[in-house]
Design a binder for this molecule. Structure first.
Ligand code: GLN
Length: 308
């Protein structure tokens, strides 16, 4: 017997499978051949129940959905004030790869655009015998509740073609926003973008945020509540890049998209939501992902402003 939620998700999945707009990300050769028909929708509750429909166990690279998690680790390592001196928390309204740094200080507007994400990655140092990237991978795994790994193919492809991100890292170094090797920072950023997840993982990562930082399946408190508040606030105002205002108005949920086709949204206190579908809109967000979360928000009443 299927629950009403499963039936609802199945119908929504079937209906939106007809949506054929957009194309997979062309900027990284290893991703251009993703199957545009892949499609999954997942919901994970704060008590660890996961509803999944479609290709929810198909791997894809996390891409920009990694940005809030590495930012969260930087906040845990250094505290809010020290991180704020390096990366601001203002929506930029810019595209994800915009070269937008404050004129005087070089400080990126927020950690959801590439400049801010590369700066955040530079703040993660090795400790306890593990290098900076091992710690970045580890925090993603702890949010997901299982050991994640890296697509070496996506990493090699992005590293070979990521001239703009490399330029951003060197620019950040020139302003001393990055204080050590900019190549190490950008390589770690490329690696974090190449972390492999599936839609179920993303829903559980979202549910961990919804649950105040406690992973619903493992019970681990992965980050502090103060860190979660900051991560979700920046996702709400900046997570959807130059579409963030329209998104927050219509959907009213903190969210993050990635050019791998993933989209993660969070209903604090209740749910992590994820969609995987690789065909992207012009902002670099999944077309079916946006459509599905918009529908879920409207039909399940998830917008943070609701009738009393
Ligand atoms: N790795 C991609 C880049 O840096 C991530 C961008 C994204 O998902 N929006 O260009």
């Amino acid at each position: 017997m299927r629950s009403p939620i499963e039936r609802y998700l199945r119908d929504l999945h079937q209906e939106l499978s007809g949506l054929k707009d957009g194309v997979p990300f062309q900027g990284i050769p290893a991703m251009a051949d993703a199957d545009p028909d892949d499609f999954a929708i997942c919901l994970a509750t704060v008590d660890g129940h996961v509803y999944e429909v479609g290709d929810s166990r198909t791997d894809f690279t996390i891409q920009s959905i990694s940005k809030p998690f590495t930012y969260g680790l930087a906040l845990e390592d250094h505290g809010l004030d020290a991180v704020d001196r390096k990366v601001d928390v203002e929506p930029s309204g810019d595209a994800f790869n915009e070269i937008s740094l404050a004129h005087d200080t070089g400080r990126p507007a927020n950690a959801m655009i590439n400049a801010g994400a590369i700066a955040a990655a530079s703040l993660i140092k090795g400790s306890g015998g593990r290098d900076g990237f091992a710690r970045i991978l580890d925090i993603h795994s702890r949010f997901a509740g299982r050991s994640l790994d890296v697509s070496e193919r996506a990493f090699a492809s992005e590293s070979a073609t990521g001239y703009r991100n490399r330029a951003l890292a060197h620019l950040l170094r020139s302003f001393d926003i990055i204080e050590d090797d900019p190549e190490r920072a950008v390589e770690n950023y490329f690696r974090q973008c190449s972390i492999r997840v599936n839609a179920r993982d993303l829903a559980l990562m979202g549910a961990t945020l919804a649950n105040g930082g406690r992973q619903p399946l493992t019970g681990e408190q992965v980050v502090d509540l103060e860190t979660v508040q900051r991560m979700l606030s920046v996702m709400l105002t900046c997570g959807m890049y130059d579409d963030a205002g329209a998104w927050t108005s219509a959907v009213g949920l903190p969210a993050k998209s990635g050019v791998g086709g993933g989209l993660m949204a969070v209903l604090p206190g209740q749910l992590g939501i994820s969609v995987y579908s690789p065909a992207l809109d012009p902002h670099g967000s999944s077309v079916r992902g946006i459509a599905a979360v918009r529908r879920l928000s409207a039909e399940m009443g998830l917008h943070f402003v609701k009738a009393a």
